[in-house]
Design a protein around this ligand. Sequence first.
Ligand code: ATP
Ligand code: MG
Ligand code: FE
Length: 349
Amino acid sequence: PVVLGIETSCDETGVGIVRGTELLANVISSSMDEHARYGGVVPEVAARAHLEAIGPVITAAVAEAGLSLDDIDAVAVTSGPGLAGALMVGVGAAKALALSLGVPFYAVNHLVGHVGADVLAAEGQPLSYPTVALLVSGGHTSLLLVRDIVDDVELLGETIDDAAGEAFDKVARILGLPYPGGPQIDRVAADGDPRAIRFPRGLSLPKDMAAHRYDFSFSGLKTAVARWVEKRRDAGEPVPVADVAASFREAVADVLLTKALNACADTGVPRLLLGGGVVANARIRDLAHERAAAAGVELRIPPFSLCTDNGAMIAALGAQLIRAGRAPSDLGVPADSTLPVTEVQAGRA
Ligand code: ATP
Ligand code: MG
Ligand code: FE
């Protein structure tokens, strides 16, 4: 079936179209620039930007696919988790589209959508299940055990404070680098020494591992960087920005991959999928390849355009639900900013 997917959970208005596992269109409009002067995503600004972008982005995606609206067999949408007002725009648009075209409507989970992206990049070799998935973005840092993408997803752990992307953005600010900070830190860190400063690996001490083996914490790391930089400035010494950036990036990459590969080892699942915008990070990618190879774990990283928030992954998850014979969602299902990851499809009859 031809499925149109809509994603508006954060700052990207994304509309993608797939035919089964074939990607036909993936159009994204981001309001990132509008949030830059605030140093983070402002919910009201994001919702308003979605409202302005959603119509044109749907039109552009249908054109990119070389189709007309009549060719759409089903509509899928992210109904949560995410920013409440932002989600509401996408859910409203998806319901209106499904109702007016007379096609089935599927409300799906954003985080599981990131896992669903794999089939679009798989070239006939889709990921087998079970798999461990590590999703890292500006809003999430989650470790999942996916036994079956349509109905058996378990949350192994998540951040107990800041998301990893948020930490990149805050540390960039401390170093005087512009928003979004992830790409900036990555660029600057290339010239630094990752062993120059030993920054803390959150929730990695034996006493923390007992209760938080798969959880993450990045606020202590951010504070440690702030203190280190402050001390230098107070002493009137220059701040070695490249070394700080490289050491910080190393701490994030190390803790993310240590915990993800622990999960693979503990569960006996030799597969790891990465997703989310932070996966663009060069050191995280390199370390993931290195450690996965050493552990005999198959590593999957979709291309960047399918790692950041997008509508194609939502369409792909919708297509997988249809293939599994799932009935459509109730058109009365609301946007749910805290939709749990165990609920792959919302509003099931
Ligand atoms: P959500 O959490 O809902 O998925 P989001 O918009 O916050 O939404 P993405 O768009 O997937 O998430 O990712 C944006 C985040 O990724 C930002 O915090 C940004 O700093 C970070 N990021 C982007 N490139 C890099 C990089 N090279 N290294 C580290 N972080 C990066
Ligand atoms: Mg984003
Ligand atoms: Fe996301």
